[in-house]
Every structure is written in structure tokens, then in C-alpha cells.
Design a protein. Structure first.
Length: 249
């Protein structure tokens, strides 16, 4: 069994990679195969955490810290991984399937970073505008925020899928040992199973209500939910208190 795990996925080819390629593969797998999926899972299913007394306790930032830190670290690691390959002195425009996919994924990642920087203001009781009002792109769900929500989510899932495909193509090109395939695929399957369970349990919570509560008079609660098959906790609690952060301060 151990010999089988240590052997390459394709016995007819060797597994000869140098320092730069081996560390490029490790870093990119860590970034797009481990950190990005985990960060997306946190953003989708951890907006209300176990033990949180929602809606008395609002805007739990556990998911937010996991998400932005995981994505930022993944992006930084990706740039290091890219630098390792470019530092070998090879022509960056000598393209194959893996390199094309890799550049596309990094382009998507760059777009996500820029979207995050220019997503607009938050608003609400804990992040008031300069004039002291509650107005903000997120609190008011302005057209700018609505566009961000749609593009950020869609591009994120597409980047995740392409990133995973790019990793698998790279592993095949490098003729990676079987144990690497086993570990990575099992990690992904773990996240898939955890996602299915979290989805069934209703943990894909609408961001707006997770942050500001179920008060139907709030701007975002007057709009349709954002995201695929998300839930509003107020729909499950049958009109529980409409307390917002204004009342929680």
C-alpha cells in the first residue's frame, strides 16, 4: 500500500521536478486547493456561528476574518508561486493548458482583490457615514453594492473551480505521487460533505440579516436575498424580534 501511495500516478513517466517547480506546485496547491475553498466555506456557512444569540448578537465577524485573511494569504502565496516559475527564465508566453488556466485564475484573483478594495462603504450603526447617518453602500444596498455582490460571488466560485482544475492539470503534468492526489481529493470531499450538511441545516445565511438583523424596515431586508439558496433567519424564526445593531449598542 505504501509503495502504491508513493508511486507516481502514471507509472510510465518519471516524477522529476526541480526546486522551483516543486515549490510552485506546493504553494499553488496550498493557496487554491486548501485556503481558497476553506475561505469560501467560511463566508457561506459561518455568518452565524453556534452559540451566537441571533438577533440579539449581530455582526459576528468570525466568517469575515476567515474569509479575507484566507483569500489575502492565498493571493500572496500565488504571487510567490508565480515568481518561482518566472524566475526560472522561461518564456512566460510559452503557453499550455496549465499555464493558460493559471494566468486566468490569477487574473480572477486580482479582480477579486480590486473588488474587495473598491466595494464601497459599510454604513449602519457601527460604521456610520461622515455626516453621522446610517447611510453606506452595504447598509443601503446601493446599485454599487448589488453589483459587487453579484460579481464577487460569481467570480469567486468560477475562480475556485478553475483553480482546482488547474491544480489537477499541474499534478498530472508533474506526474505527482498518488498520495498527493489522495490527500487533496479527500480534503475536497470533506469540504463538499460539510457544505451539504451546512446547507441542509440552513447555515447559508443572508449576509444582510446576519449583520443587521431581521427588521423588515431595513433597506436590505426590502430586497430579494442575495446568493444562491441562501436563507434569512427571520424566515425560520417566524417574526422573531426585529432588533438591529442600533438597539444592541
Amino acid at each position: 500500500m505504501l509503495d502504491w501511495l508513493l508511486s507516481s500516478i502514471d507509472p510510465s513517466r518519471g516524477h522529476e521536478v526541480g526546486f522551483a517547480i516543486s515549490w510552485h506546485a506546493r504553494l499553488m496547491t496550498l493557496a487554491w486547493g486548501v485556503l481558497v475553498p476553506a475561505a469560501i466555506f467560511a463566508a457561506r456557512y459561518m455568518k452565524i456561528v453556534p452559540g451566537q444569540d441571533w438577533p440579539r448578537e449581530l455582526d459576528n465577524k468570525t466568517w469575515w476574518h476567515f474569509h479575507w485573511m484566507g483569500q489575502a494569504l492565498a493571493y500572496a502565496i500565488s504571487l510567490i508561486g508565480l515568481g518561482l516559475v518566472l524566475g526560472r527564465g522561461e518564456n512566460p508566453f510559452q503557453l499550455n493548458l496549465h499555464t493558460v488556466l493559471g494566468y486566468v485564475v490569477l487574473a480572477f484573483g486580482t479582480c477579486q482583490v480590486l473588488l474587495g478594495i473598491f466595494r464601497g462603504s459599510k454604513g449602519g450603526p457601527t460604521a456610520r457615514a461622515t455626516d453621522g447617518s446610517l447611510h453606506g453602500d452595504h447598509y443601503d444596498m446601493t446599485p454599487k453594492r448589488l453589483m459587487f455582490e453579484r460579481v464577487h460571488r460569481s467570480l469567486g466560485y468560477l475562480a475556485l473551480l478553475l483553480g482546482m482544475i488547474t491544480i489537477l492539470v499541474g499534478m498530472w503534468n508533474a506526474n505527482a505521487p498518488r498520495w498527493m492526489w489522495v490527500v487533496l481529493v479527500n480534503y475536497w470531499m470533506f469540504l463538499v460533505v460539510a457544505s451539504v450538511i451546512a446547507q441542509i441545516r440552513g447555515n447559508a445565511v443572508d449576509t444582510y440579516q446576519a449583520i443587521w438583523g431581521p427588521d423588515p424596515s431595513l433597506p436590505g431586508n426590502k430586497l430579494p436575498k442575495m446568493g444562491w439558496r441562501t436563507v434569512r433567519p427571520s424566515e425560520k424564526t417566524n417574526g422573531q424580534s426585529g432588533q438591529t445593531l442600533e438597539g444592541a449598542e
